[in-house]
Design a binder for this molecule. Sequence first.
Ligand SMILES: Nc1ncnc2c1ncn2[C@@H]1O[C@H](COP(=O)(O)OP(=O)(O)OP(=O)(O)O)[C@@H](O)[C@H]1O
Length: 493
Amino acid sequence: MTISVSPAHILVVDDEPDLRTLYELTLLREGHRVDTADNLQQAQALLATHHFDVVITDMRLPDGLGMSLLHHIKAQGREERSIVITAYGSAQNAVEALKAGAFDYLTKPVDLKQFRAVVTSAIRSVAEVTTDTAPSSRSNVGAAAGALGQRALDRLIGQSDCMQQIKARILKVATSMAPVMVTGESGTGKELVAYAIHANSHRVKGPWVAVNCGAIPETLLEAEFFGARKGAYTGATQDREGFFQAARGGTLFLDEIGDLPLPMQSKLLRAIQERRIRPLGSNQEEVVDVRIVSATHKHLAQEVQNGNFRQDLFFRLNVIDLVIAPLRERTQDLPELCQALLTRIAQESDMPTPVLSKEMLRELSSLPLPGNVRELENLLYRAVALGDGQSLQLDRPMQFSPAVNDSTLDAPEFDLPSPDLSETGRLDQRPDDLQTQLDMLERALLVQALQATQFNRTAAAARLGLNLRQIRYRMARLKIDAPSNDERTDDSL
Ligand SMILES: Nc1ncnc2c1ncn2[C@@H]1O[C@H](COP(=O)(O)OP(=O)(O)OP(=O)(O)O)[C@@H](O)[C@H]1O
């Protein structure tokens, strides 16, 4: 399907006359105005005298690399969107081009359908920016966003340096097709950030498809991602779209990407590299037209080291990284966050917004809040529920009593009546670091649920609000050797 965009002025730079003509004719047929150059020098001469919307350049040119055109465009602050054509299999060049500011890249042999889709996308992104605002004002955070984009940025509460930098970076990276990886602890707002990237991009009118990679049973992953034809597997009574098809023209958000099993990682890598997918049971490939934003709370580089995550996929997904600091490292955001969250909670319950006292704010600031903004949100919900309608009643978080100063933060008091923590026999030793303490707590809860279900992992997972794959993963990570670790029929997903 050809998507119509307004005619654009495009520069094609390639030293191969046949290819140059092929690209030129394809673009002319779409109604665009095209100039061509067969080397860097000619391209630079044309750039000196003309303004283009899009520059399409081969990577290898007789007098240098197409990359230097990118640097030239960037250094001059020009508005052209550049698309680089790289040799097949040179992932490094593609990633470098995106990092150098290319809007997108194409791999040889160039598929004309893909070529048209990428060019259309680039033209759209120029149009979005020029209708929304003058590009020169982009340094002003928020100025470049349209109404939806601005709303998405506004939902990210906080004026700390970290949040300001995140917002500025969202605007900076939104306008290209480069894959972005958002990292941060659980509940730090990774999904909000990912959505803000979509909402500020030229793909905003396309779909936003968010997928939790850890929540899909392993056996269904391929069909869920790439779609399936009728009859491809038992129960497939009709053709169905996968996430890649559903997100066509928009953004595919892969949350908890670190939970994707290795075989699926290979399939995802292939889809990204080849820009093609094949639905299950189909012999036809389909062109991929999605921007990928992924997120994880894991240290993915460490997962690569441990052999749990493919390095090449990491490299592909992590072209641009965006790191969100935990809430305890930006406590200056707390007052504004509490205010916004309380206003929302009060609106939902149709009541006046309760006032947060200074004491309570101080108390909240002293909590480690390992669940970050989500935990803060839950705490405030409980505080509203326990309060008298005007004042709030802070209920201590389940896992920690509030730390009064840093030294108590190092040795939080566990306040968990239900799981038999002494089972672990290790809590008294109180390790210093938070992660070890959380691991011990998680281990105790898992063991307790497993014991209560005679080590039936499916039932234990259900008790804890997990699925089988998630509990298996957690058991393996914490080296919990349950009698049912040899496959049981009830667990055989
Ligand atoms: N800066 C923020 N301003 C306002 N609300 C926020 C902010 N950060 C997070 N939240 C809220 O906290 C909750 C968790 O946010 P979100 O789901 O984006 O976090 P996450 O990092 O993706 O979590 P997880 O790792 O569990 O997937 C949501 O309700 C979100 O609205």
